[in-house]
Design a protein around this ligand. Structure first.
Ligand SMILES: Cc1cc2nc3c(=O)[nH]c(=O)nc-3n(C[C@H](O)[C@H](O)[C@H](O)COP(=O)(O)O)c2cc1C
Length: 453
């Protein structure tokens, strides 16, 4: 174990030496021009290889329509210059929200989503007339993270001793039935149709970070079910959903963001090694990616971990959430693990794969990303926290070949803290005028506490 080390690198050599000191060969190149080259997704040309990752702002209306701050965020993304904007986790079921302000696409909220798409495209046109970003909407069911107070109560696909304890669920909490899952699949199909009606280019069938479809992938212990146990069963819901959407929307893009590894031991996590239960084994991810591609998926995004348990696996950071322990892992180790998983998936499928978890690298992230693209280990570079902090970084990259040190994300977990505190998420450091108040307010509300996992 390499131990946690916050970012403190003044130049390329210091960063690369730090990586080397813990046995990592961090890819790096000075020339970042390849990030601005076009890339093709299902026959459509993206202007560059840069993507805004889905980032929940927790700022919709009670009905799940985009609200004022949602419009502001996507306006900034549109103007920022990324070739792909992957809209945040949007629930397919009004009864199941991970937070009270989560977006939810229904007939009722459709007009507001249409407006959001139009405004995002307009912002892009006004700022960069040559860039026509691809717009994908992430569809989800929050599963065990459905907030209490909603009906039905938290929905789980299988029991998991660690997560059940963290979610305060009794051992006999019922599992979602196969019938209810088939019913839910219809919600995904309806939401996909509505997304296309709203003007999105396609949808993402989300199966990451421990939410329902992600949990299904890990449902080794779900017995007497078509959706649990052997690999074939665990991937069935996802594959069937993709196939049905493909049938229904032959012209639209289907994407999928999935966990290559849950960071939870076998047999409770997807992508965990049966031989060394605490460690990842990316063979499952590679196999799943191949099946998704064969089922009609056009675009994949690799991620990992669960934000409620060891969030550093998915988003390496310097400072944890308030009250949580500093992880015993160097953020560079986490970045390297994510890049290895992404490489294995990208090299096994004929479709583009989006990578993530670059934000911790500060101003060096384009250099690491460009080197990864150059080696064919990833096709599109996704940014998450940096999208909150610095949505127009592609414009700077295009004009200077680099990004501004004063504007990059500092991996302080403040955006996650706002989310946990029930606020509207954004960057209180780089976008202080808008989010400093949210941050202070949520710290007061939550007594400075946060997720302790
Ligand atoms: C506040 C917050 C909200 C997020 N919302 C989503 C989401 O809606 N869907 C999703 O797939 N990932 C979500 N993520 C994960 C990010 O997309 C991304 O994978 C992660 O932050 C790592 O990338 P980065 O290093 O560029 O931040 C969220 C992360 C944060 C911090």
């Amino acid at each position: 174990m390499s131990g946690h080390n916050p970012f403190r690198y003044k130049n390329r050599d210091q960063l690369l030496s730090a990586a080397e000191a813990i046995g990592l060969n961090l890819p790096f190149q000075e020339n970042t021009a390849n990030l601005l080259e076009s890339v093709t997704v299902a026959g459509r040309t993206l202007s560059n290889r840069l993507a805004i990752l889905p980032m929940e702002g927790c700022d919709g209306t009670e009905k799940g329509a985009p609200d004022e701050l949602t419009f502001r965020r996507y306006n900034r993304y549109g103007a920022g210059g990324c070739g792909l904007i992957w809209f945040e986790a949007t629930t397919v079921s009004p009864a199941a929200k991970a937070n009270p302000r989560q977006l939810c696409l229904t007939e009722e909220t459709l007009p507001a989503f249409k407006h959001l798409v139009n405004e995002t495209r307009k912002a892009s046109r006004n700022a960069n007339p040559k860039i026509k970003p691809l717009l994908i909407l992430q569809l989800t069911h929050p599963g065990r993270y459905t907030r209490k107070g909603y009906d039905p109560a938290p929905v789980i696909a299988c029991h998991n001793p660690l997560l059940d304890r963290l979610c305060c669920l009794p051992d006999d909490h019922p599992l979602i039935s196969d019938d209810a899952l088939r019913q839910l699949q219809k919600n995904f199909l309806t939401a996909a149709e509505l997304a296309v009606a709203a003007g999105f280019d396609g949808v993402d069938v989300k199966a990451c970070h421990g939410y329902l479809l992600s949990e299904l992938l890990s449902a080794h212990t779900r017995t007497d079910s078509l959706y649990g146990g052997p690999f074939e069963n665990r991937i069935r819901f996802m594959i069937d959903t993709v196939k049905k959407i493909r049938q229904q929307l032959p012209e639209s893009i289907i994407a999928s963001r999935f966990n290559a590894w849950d960071g939870i031991e076998y047999p409770y996590g997807f992508g965990a090694s049966a031989k060394a239960p605490q460690l990842p084994d990316f063979n499952e991810a590679v196999e799943l990616a191949g099946r998704l591609s064969a089922a009609g998926t056009d675009l994949l995004a690799v991620t990992m971990g669960n934000p409620y348990v060891k969030p550093h696996y998915g988003r390496p950071y310097d400072r944890p959430l308030a009250g949580a322990a500093v992880p015993d892992e160097n953020p560079l180790t986490g970045i390297d693990r994510m890049m290895r998983a992404t490489r294995e998936v990208q090299q096994s499928v004929p479709i583009p794969v989006v990578g993530c978890a670059y934000s911790w690298l500060r101003r060096f992230f384009p250099n690491v990303a460009a080197a990864s693209v150059e080696s064919g280990n990833v096709s599109i570079i996704g940014v998450g926290r940096n999208a909150f902090a610095y949505p127009d970084f592609p414009n700077d990259l295009a004009s200077t070949g680099t990004v501004n040190e004063q504007k990059v994300c500092i991996a302080c977990s403040c955006c996650s803290q706002i989310m946990r505190g029930g606020g509207r998420a954004g960057c209180p450091i780089r976008d202080a005028a808008c989010y400093e108040h949210e941050y202070r307010h949520c710290r007061v509300q939550s007594g400075g506490g946060g997720d302790k996992s």
